[in-house]
Design a protein around this ligand. Structure first.
Ligand code: IMP
Ligand code: MG
Length: 423
């Protein structure tokens, strides 16, 4: 039996998880999304063609791969149907043969999206910088045990009973009669459309895990955005750590035998919250424009910082990485030197481990850096031995700092720019 692999982000999202999943899916016939929603944005480049995925798992470009949206994912049914449609427009068929959705996924409605925006506005200067996809509010309803699930869309009375009433909608969100009824009808129609994709995802994943394995579990967001272990309150409203793959699917943790942490060669963050290694100024702008570092979901410019090994060590702990996949080594090329944060200084005290109790936005964290020689731009690298020596030094440095081997590197946006490292 082959190992099942969980692929999760080790920083603040956008490390290139989708790309690594798409690469590994060449040899895997099942990819499972287990948490998050369409706040995620996974960009794939294959033969010069760009695909951005939000809810559909990153195995979808492979003909024989089954993609699973497990019950831990929160689903905006209208956005999901749009995504299926837009993939079809680009020649990628998403059918009941290659997508199975859990009917127990919680549903994001328009009211959650409006509530998300309303809460952000009321936070004033303390905004989280959410993606405004309704992720916080849908999870509030979920844990308050009043949530709407996909299965509920099939019964118009249950559906109505779980939405705000017309009056509430009108007073809270300015949605009046006609619009309200049109939206209820649209949700009902979405449920009827998605019904064909429904399946017992826990049973399907468990059966395959028992039989031949080789499942890829695709994380979204990342450990540092985890609602319990991230930089709270500047986090998403879900658990994103690897262990949640078992909870989000309804399978045993014993099947999660291999965990890969995806690490961008530098750090990026969209939204607010602590960011000790922020670069700032022209250098930050240069890396942002070279790497086209703008959110795949919201288009917001991503903040750019140096690699932060204090954060990475913490991420390795809360996720339990067996190996790392280092992405964007090409984006970091062309610099005289690169810096890596190896410790934090807070009020004259040095921290080598993440000071989780001190991590609020207002605290002044001084990163302690080590400098490493930069490397020149490179193209068409097909094996690790062809990399500039400075890149190898950088990789070895990261591996030592995080005490974790590197199994994959990415040296460009294309699927073919991904290299497996000898173990
Ligand atoms: P929410 O998940 O939309 O509530 O946003 C909460 C925080 O997580 C914000 O800082 C977002 O920018 C961030 N976030 C959510 N999803 C992603 C993602 O897929 N990539 C990067 N950041 C994300
Ligand atoms: Mg992304």
């Amino acid at each position: 039996m082959q190992k099942n692999t969980v692929i999760v982000g080790s920083q603040f999202g956008d490390e290139g998880k989708g790309k690594i999943v798409d690469f590994l899916a060449q040899q895997s016939d099942m990819v499972v999304r287990f948490q998050g929603g369409n706040n995620a944005g996974h960009t794939l480049w294959v033969n010069g063609k760009k695909t951005i995925l939000h809810l559909i798992p990153s195995g979808v470009l492979h003909k024989n791969t089954i993609n699973i949206i497990a019950s831990g994912v929160v689903v905006d049914p209208i956005a999901l149907i749009e995504e299926i449609g837009s993939l079809a427009d680009h020649g990628v068929e998403v059918t009941t043969n290659n997508l199975v959705i859990s009917p127990t996924c919680h549903v994001i409605t328009k009211f959650h999206i409006l509530q998300d925006a309303k809460e952000e506005n009321s936070r004033g200067a303390n905004q989280i910088g959410t993606t405004k996809r309704g992720i916080g509010p849908v999870n509030v309803d979920r844990v308050a045990r009043r949530g709407l699930r996909l299965i509920d869309l099939l019964d118009i009375d249950v559906l109505r009973s779980k939405l705000p009433t017309e009056l509430q909608a009108a007073s809270e969100f300015g949605i009046y009669n006609k619009e309200y009824h049109q939206y209820v009808d649209a949700l009902y129609a979405a449920g009827s459309f998605l019904q064909g994709y429904f399946g017992d995802t826990s049973y399907i994943v468990d059966s395959k895990a028992k039989k031949d394995g080789n499942i890829l579990f695709e994380g979204a967001q990342s450990g540092l955005l985890d609602v319990d272990h991230g930089t709270y309150p500047y986090v998403t409203s879900a658990n994103c750590v690897a262990g949640f793959a078992s909870v989000g699917c309804g399978i045993s943790p014993q099947y999660l035998s291999n965990i890969i942490g995806v690490v961008k060669a530098y750090t990026t963050r969209v939204g607010a919250g602590p960011f000790p290694t922020l670069i700032g100024g022209q250098l930050e702008e240069r890396i942002r424009s070279k790497g086209n570092e703008y959110g795949a979901t919201t288009g917001r410019p991503r903040k750019i910082g140096w690699l932060d090994c204090v954060a990475l060590r913490y991420s390795a702990r809360i996720n339990g990485f067996n190996s790392l996949a280092i992405t964007r080594l090409d984006t970091l090329a062309g610099l005289e030197e690169v810096k890596v944060c190896v410790a934090y200084k807070i009020n004259d005290i040095i921290y080598h481990e993440m000071p989780v109790d001190r991590l609020c936005a207002s605290i002044n964290i001084e990163p302690i850096y080590e400098k490493i020689s930069g490397w020149k731009d490179f193209t068409n690298i097909k094996s690790i031995n062809e990399l500039p020596a400075e890149v190898l030094t950088y990789l070895n440095f990261i591996s030592r700092q995080v005490e974790c081997p590197i199994s994959i590197i990415s040296v460009g946006a294309e699927r073919s720019d991904t290299i497996k490292c000898p173990s």
